[in-house]
Ligand binder design. Structure first.
Ligand SMILES: C[S@@+](CC[C@H](N)C(=O)[O-])C[C@H]1O[C@@H](n2cnc3c(N)ncnc32)[C@H](O)[C@@H]1O
Length: 348
């Protein structure tokens, strides 16, 4: 019994939080939301289809039913719900991919090292795995990499409608997405606004991008795919660079390096369009309507990346000013994504 005050109940929910996410991970990783999408199944049938033990599986499924993820019917039959439908992973990139990425064992192992990393200054993920996050994901664990890519595409697909309502990319001839992952965002931009696109990401990451882009209904030469390291050189050819959830993987020093490479790549009137969830200043609401708590996501960034974390509007402004850009506009999309538009400083 943890207590019945609202304070102890709130804490109890936080304490139980990882039980919930682990049960969700197990069921989604076993593909149970996929199995239930066509019709309800008995626990025996689900156990057979997932090569699991009936009685222990039942305990997990009943817990998830009590959380509203599945519905339990008489005869230990489980059915899909509105929640489990969002966890289907055999169709489009979904919240299920995001869940599997965020809660996969390599992430649990990394979070376990957070306390140690606060003392030693190491990156928790690197302490746990002996390698950098992107090396682990991109080169050695193709399943993890696919989950990561699908999770990123899902977040992009969710955000584009409200983004395109407030920001017009047709003002540009060529837009380059730096750190653009598989190219979900640049494909949406090119399809919607008719400009040319360049996708720039790490060489290993872009290996699979052409196959992804081929599924996005683009003209053959609409998006040029280039692999490289943004810390070293960013190709020329675009009049705007879009950066979404990318600067947040870098320390202040490295972020300034990347932005300096952006400035070198852009023409005189070139712009950088930063798309990012901002950590709210003290006193402002701490949670977005989609449930994102940026200060908590900032911890996840710190667990996985050297010196990276989500920042406040003022911190991004300072990073860009230190790299030869000036802030032109801040546009709130109504979702957790904010647009900050920067122009090269006139001294350039
Ligand atoms: C958090 S993901 C964001 C992806 C995408 N912008 C989005 O919003 O879906 C960061 C991306 O940065 C890429 N990346 C990390 N370090 C990089 C570097 N030094 N140069 C180029 N890309 C890099 C990763 O491969 C990954 O696709």
């Amino acid at each position: 019994m943890l207590g019945t005050t609202s304070a102890s109940k709130k804490l109890a929910q936080m304490i139980y939080g990882y039980w919930q996410s682990q049960c969700l991970y197990i069921a989604t990783n076993l593909g149970i939301p996929n199995l239930l999408q066509s019709e309800p199944m008995t626990v025996e049938a689900i156990a057979k289809a997932t090569s699991t033990q009936v009685e222990t599986l039942y305990v997990v499924l009943r817990a998830l039913a009590h959380l509203g993820v599945f519905a339990e019917k008489p005869g230990r039959v489980f059915a899909a719900t509105e929640l489990s439908e969002q966890l289907i992973t055999n169709a489009e990139p979904s919240l299920g991919h995001f869940l599997l990425h965020i809660t996969e064992p390599s992430m649990w192992d990394a979070w376990r090292e957070l306390g140690n990393s606060l003392k030693t200054g190491e990156v928790a993920f690197e302490r746990a795995h002996g390698k950098k996050f992107y090396d682990f994901f991109m080169t050695e664990n193709p399943d993890s990499r696919n989950l990561f890519n699908n999770a990123m595409s899902f977040l992009t697909n969710q955000a584009v409608d409200s983004l395109f309502e407030v920001y017009d990319f047709s003002q540009f001839n060529t837009v380059m997405d730096v750190g653009g992952n598989q190219g979900a965002l640049i494909a949406h931009i090119v399809n919607k606004f008719g400009c040319k696109g360049i996708l720039f990401d790490l060489p290993h990451e872009v290996e699979t991008a052409p196959a992804f882009l081929a599924t996005q209904g683009l003209d053959e030469d609409a998006v040029q795919v280039i692999g490289g390291n943004a810390l070293e050189e960013i190709p020329k050819g675009a009049d705007a660079i879009v950066i979404k959830y990318f600067l947040s993987v870098f320390s202040v020093e490295d972020a300034i390096k990347v932005l300096t490479r952006c400035r070198e790549s852009l023409p005189k009137q070139g712009k950088v369009v930063l798309l990012q969830t901002l950590v709210p200043p003290r006193g402002a609401p701490v949670e977005y309507p989609d449930g994102t708590i940026p200060a908590l996501a900032a911890v996840q960034m710190m667990v996985t990346n050297p010196g990276g974390y989500w920042r406040t509007e003022q911190e991004y402004k300072s990073l860009f000013e230190a790299s030869g850009f000036q802030l032109e506009n801040v546009i709130y999309t109504g979702s957790s994504l904010t647009v900050m538009e920067f122009q090269k400083s006139s001294s350039d």
